[in-house]
Design a protein around this ligand. Structure first.
Ligand code: SF4
Length: 900
């Protein structure tokens, strides 16, 4: 705990924290000192000289933003001399600034204007002839503009880019009065390394960097706190609204998740909500060969109920299933599962996390007894070493990616295990560039070295906290460094260095992504990684643990809510009669006992008539599933497909009924981010046309089926009901979620603070269980006919199926899915950068444009899957993890053939 230091500022005795500057202490005490270059989010800079103060016993007027506090210091911030000095400085700034305040969009929200008013500047004695007056506006970026004539060169934009985003895209060119901000090597923002996170726009104290929408619509008339609806980081924003338009998304500085930062998607791409393609009216058709016709909600519900009742009578309730959404709220996912279980009478409910992190749940459940991230994102700020496995946070989880880069700057060690030379791999101490599909071998090989060199945790840990150590030892004994090296392609010396670095760190933390899970042995890979953490005692302490980075906003929550065929909320088994009794008592019906089907199983059972109707809420599986031509065929064969979405996605095109849903800014509820933090979304706008909130549609459908499943039209009642059924959520209610920190489950009682680090005293399953899966080769193997292994993943500038991001300015950054290939492979095939090729497999072939790059391994290819017109997923096989049916997206045998 830092010491408190008493000092006096303007006659007020305040307590500052040791190491703080006068500016920081004053700000914390609510005392304003004028400044232009200082920002609470950035390190002190001391360039504008506006924050000068006087200190008793010292000569001169030091800047308060660079002067540390000391005990007994007496500071004055408001003497006549100081105001005179500040007025003179402001006069110089204003003389270099255009005097078009009335037409400037920053008018009313301009720090230079504020300071000029504060110092009492009435006239400027110098020429108003700015050096940059002739500089053209840089309007290359689709989301913001840069007008150098308004820039006061305070460097806040550069420092935000360097310190917060850590991209280093901006710098200063020239000296003194000729200084100016440049992007890249004096090119445009769009042509530079800028990733459009908007940190510079947020920091700009004047109107030099301007949000284009804000410029056209003006200052918002209200602000609504909400959670980003893209990735699972769960950044908090204040949505700025004017009338019925979203003006801007301002990242929340008081959120422990994003600390005032954002990425381009959350900051600028939520504008998709106003796209003219939004679904606004329910539509139906008797057969998918017909055209849709617009209908009322009543007609749509009636049609669905009649078909469901007929199917239930003819084939039983298990002929119906639902796939809910990791993109919608916890309340929707709970009600979707309740609709299937309590109204239809089947456990056939699953969600789209099936095809991303189901293997994480299985793997971590096996070792720790809970499938959720063990620690918090804030632990990245204090860990000694980060092991990054199979994820590329710079693209997939950008705000966490920046947090990792900041931690690296403070000296955190880092090992990256990834077949690709990602940006983080380039920055790492050690890059383990493994052959795709060899995660089990890698983590068991590292465990072998740690045990061999006696670097594992002490006996007390092994005896008091763990079980199954001997079988684990016997298994990893077989994975010698030589064998591991042969299987993974990583030199044995590199394996040894990584094992030693990991085992010798006082606290080592692991983050992982779909490169760990989307394999035919994905669950075993997560077991091997989790067992490695157990071996070194890297669980149950701050700065340690196994932390899956969730791809979609509510992957954690959709699984927590029991939208899975075998469990109720928080993984309570449907096979346990006590759990069944508890939900049956609350629901007032007998809950079905037989576990349901996973959604890949449901799709497989369409052809033989066992599954006749599916209800899809916010999942575009006709686009995003592997072998999606087979998926489309299965969906087309249903007696009734109901799709609830905000756009006419690929899956909706195959539906009998399309139900228009509200977007996140038009909805109330909660999401749970990847660190188990349950956060509110709040309705800021009305949905377009007839569209309704997801949870309302499900509850109205249940009512039409004759069984109301909500007790109130307030969504908080849905939360209260599910929390009452879930010991780990019992202490959480909407009132507690009002704070910026919200609550991380488990929180079993209202006086429980929530859990930042799980498994501290005991594991959820009691003892940590060393899992000892045997390494097996991936199902997909390269062959003479299909000699390349294709890995698919994400790109910063698009999101998942792309239905939202393709309808925004992000299309300017990424307008197709290119195929990345190693230069030597390209040369062998006679292919050049930009050439068109066929990407082929036994399923299909698609035409793609080639990017020749040495960031992929030889023999590997990489691409994204955001564009249905490219159709990458039609090439992939449905091969999947044996435990969870999570598809093997990361290892696919394919060939590449030049188009001509
Ligand atoms: Fe949204 Fe994720 Fe970007 Fe944060 S990092 S703004 S949650 S997409």
């Amino acid at each position: 705990m830092s010491e408190k230091i008493p000092l006096t500022i303007d006659g007020h005795v305040i307590q500052a924290t040791e190491g703080e500057t006068i500016m920081q202490a004053a700000r914390a005490a609510g005392i304003r000192i004028p400044s232009l270059c200082d920002s609470p989010q950035l390190e002190s800079f001391g360039s504008c000289r506006m924050c000068v103060v006087e200190i008793d016993g010292s000569n001169g007027t030091p800047s308060s933003c660079t002067t540390p506090v000391s005990e007994g210091m007496v500071v004055s911030t408001r003497s006549d001399r100081l105001w005179r000095l500040r007025r003179g400085i402001t006069e110089l700034y204003v003389s270099e600034h255009p005097l078009d305040c009335l037409t400037c969009t920053a008018n009313g929200d301009c720090e230079l204007q504020d300071v000029a008013a504060e110092v009492g500047l009435r006239e400027v004695r110098y020429d108003n002839d700015p050096i940059c007056a002739e500089m053209p506006i840089d309007d290359s970026n689709p989301f913001f503009t840069f007008d150098a004539t308004k820039c006061i060169v305070c460097s806040r934009c550069i420092r935000a880019c360097d310190e917060t985003q850590v991209t280093h895209a901006l710098s200063i060119d020239g000296r003194g009065i000729f200084s100016r901000i440049i992007a890249g090597d004096d090119t445009s923002f769009m042509a530079s390394d800028c990733v459009s996170c908007g940190a510079c726009v947020n920091e700009c104290p004047v109107g030099a960097l301007e949000d284009r929408v804000e410029r056209s619509l003006g200052i918002p008339d209200r602000w609504v706190r909400t959670t980003c609806a893209f990735c699972g980081v769960g950044c908090q924003f204040d949505a700025g609204i004017k009338g019925e338009r979203l003006v801007t998304m301002r990242p929340a500085a008081d959120s422990p998740v994003n600390q005032g930062h954002a990425c381009v998607k959350g900051r600028f791409a939520s504008a998709y909500i106003h796209h003219s393609d939004r679904l606004t009216t329910p539509m139906l058709r008797e057969s998918i060969d017909e055209e849709f016709r617009e209908v009322t909600w009543k007609e749509a519900y009636q049609f669905i109920c009649e078909r469901w009742n007929t199917i239930r009578e003819q084939s039983g309730p298990n002929a119906i299933g639902a796939i809910t959404s990791s993109r919608s709220t916890n309340e929707l996912n709970y009600l979707g599962s309740k609709l299937m279980r309590a109204v239809i009478g089947t456990n056939n409910v699953d969600n789209c996390a099936r095809v991303c992190h189901s293997a994480t749940v299985k793997g971590m459940m096996t070792v720790f007894g809970a499938g959720a991230g063990t620690n918090s994102l804030g632990d990245i700020d204090q860990t000694d070493l980060l092991l990054v496995s199979g994820c590329n946070p710079i693209h997939g989880h950008p705000v966490t990616g920046s947090r990792i880069r900041r931690a690296r700057r403070r000296g955190m060690g880092m090992i990256v295990a990834d077949p690709k030379m990602t940006e983080l791999a380039e920055m790492a101490d050690i890059h383990l560039q493994l052959r795709p599909g060899t995660n089990v071998a890698l983590y068991q090989g590292l465990a072998h070295i740690i045990l061999r060199d006696q670097m594992e945790a002490d006996e007390d840990w092994m005896e008091s906290r763990c079980e199954n150590l001997e079988p684990f030892k016997a298994m990893v004994q077989t994975m010698t460094p030589e064998l591991c090296s042969r299987l993974t392609g990583i030199p044995a010396a590199t394996l040894q260095a990584a094992a030693h670095l990991y085992a010798s760190a006082p606290a080592a933390m692991s983050v992982h992504g779909l490169g760990m899970t989307e394999h035919s042995h994905g669950s075993e890979g997560v077991m091997a990684l989790s067992s490695l953490a157990l071996l070194c005692g890297n669980v149950g302490r701050p700065g340690t643990g196994i932390n899956p980075l969730r791809g979609q906003n509510n992957v954690q929550g959709s699984c927590d809510m029991g939208a899975l065929p075998n469990v109720y909320t928080n993984y309570q088994s449907v096979s346990d009669p006590a759990n069944r009794e508890a939900v049956s008592a609350v629901w007032g019906v007998e809950a079905p006992a037989e576990p349901g089907l996973t959604y890949p199983e449901m799709l497989q059972q369409v052809a033989d008539g066992n599954i006749r109707s599916l209800y899809l809420i916010g999942s575009d599986i006709a686009h995003t599933d592997p072998d999606n031509i087979a998926v489309q065929k299965a969906l087309s064969a249903l007696d009734m497909l109901v799709v609830q979405d905000i756009f006419m996605c690929e899956t909706a095109k195959l539906a009998h009924v399309v139900l228009p849903a509200a977007s996140f800014l038009e909805s109330d509820g909660t999401y749970t981010n990847g660190e188990r933090r349950i956060q509110r979304i709040r309705q800021a706008l009305s949905p377009p046309g007839e569209a309704k909130q997801d949870w309302q549609i499900v509850s109205e459908l249940a009512e039409a089926m004759g069984y109301p499943i909500v007790s109130s039209d307030d969504v908080s009642a849905v939360w209260d009901e599910l929390a009452s059924l879930t010991p780990n959520f019992r202490g959480i209610n909407y009132q507690r979620l009002e704070s910026a920190e919200a609550v991380q489950w488990p929180a079993p009682s209202e006086d429980h603070p929530g859990t930042t680090v799980m498994h501290q005293e005991r594991f959820s399953r009691g003892l940590g269980h060393f899992a000892a899966p045997e390494f097996a080769e991936p199902n997909e193997q390269a062959s003479d006919e299909y000699p390349f292994i294709l890995v698919t993943g994400r790109n910063l500038f698009q999101y998942n199926a792309g239905t939202q991001t393709r309808r925004t300015g992000l299309i300017r950054f990424r307008s197709t899915d290119p195929l990345e290939i190693h230069p030597e492979d390209a040369a062998e095939l006679g292919i050049n950068h930009g050439d068109e090729v066929w990407l082929e497999s036994p399923r299909n072939r698609v035409k793609m444009s080639v990017e020749v790059t040495d960031i992929v391994r030889r023999g590997n290819l990489f691409t994204t899957f955001h564009f249905p017109e490219v159709g990458v997923n039609s090439v992939l096989s449905a091969s999947a993890d044996g435990y969870t049916h999570c598809p093997e997206y990361k290892v696919q045998a394919v060939s590449v053939v030049p188009v001509d």
